[in-house]
Design a protein around this ligand. Structure first.
Ligand code: FMN
Length: 231
């Protein structure tokens, strides 16, 4: 089972990282796990410059580490993303990764399972968590579990209750992947968003501007998504 864990915090040993490392430890107690933990603070990542050339070609022309990470995420069975709450939102780094990877349009997490972690200190953790959860489900993943942890800066988030909760939620995530479990409400919501929202928008625009979405169609084809190719 291939799992990618992304730490969206600037800190490699902060609360988010500690929770993600604990999740990795729990996952490692199951057999056949291939886990990669990536700290966004370690990678070279430019902002998206909004040129839309990736829509046409399927890849971003900027030469940094992002394409490699997007490729890893795209091939995983499950993706775990953790973020601290910054201004009642996900971290800037994580937002840049999502922009650069065109998570939603490319359906980067199609048929994957997701687990999210959001840490916060005071207020806005719920909003940040919802934003992250929507990012995962709009990108095609089934959200197996979402963990929110309120914790004072530099305090250890791994108390006994949290550790127990992590074990439970990680098990749910693992079993969802193993059994390819369908969550009916999420399934219907995703169908509506993708079939009636994203696809229809793409079809309309692709019919007007030749070749504009060839790169997006290439990604959908690779993911065996059913669509009509408009050239
Ligand atoms: C720039 C910045 C903005 C923040 N904004 C919020 C916020 O809106 N709400 C909140 O509860 N905590 C906020 N925090 C606190 C962090 O979310 C919290 O300390 C988090 O657990 C840090 O995670 P880390 O240790 O993994 O970096 C902010 C911290 C920073 C550095």
């Amino acid at each position: 089972m291939n799992i990618v864990i992304i730490n969206g915090s600037s800190r490699k040993n902060g609360a988010t990282a500690k929770i993600l490392k604990e999740i990795s430890n729990v996952l490692n107690t199951y057999s056949n796990m291939n886990i990669q933990l990536i700290h966004l603070s370690d990678i070279k990542m430019e902002f998206c410059n909004g040129c839309y050339s990736c829509y046409k070609t399927g890849t971003c022309f900027i030469q940094d580490d992002v394409e490699q990470i997007i490729e890893l995420i795209s091939k995983a069975d499950g993706t775990i993303i953790g973020t601290p709450t910054y201004e009642s939102n996900i971290s800037g780094q994580l937002k840049v990764l999502a922009d650069r990877g065109h998570f939603v349009f490319e359906q980067l997490l199609h048929q994957q399972y997701a687990l999210t972690v959001t840490t916060f200190e005071n207020y806005g953790g719920g909003a940040a968590s919802r934003i992250l959860n929507n990012l995962m489900t709009y990108s095609g993943a089934t959200l197996s579990a979402s963990i929110k942890k309120k914790i004072l800066f530099n305090e250890n988030p791994l108390d006994a209750v949290t550790k127990k909760k992590l074990q439970r939620e990680v098990r749910r995530f693992y079993l969802d992947i193993e059994k390819r479990k369908i969550h009916p409400f999420q399934w219907v919501k995703q169908k509506i968003i993708f079939e009636m929202g994203i696809k229809q928008f793409v079809y309309k625009k692709a019919a007007k501007y030749t070749g504009i979405f060839d790169g997006v169609f290439k990604h959908w084809e690779n993911k065996q998504i059913n669509f009509k190719h408009i050239q």
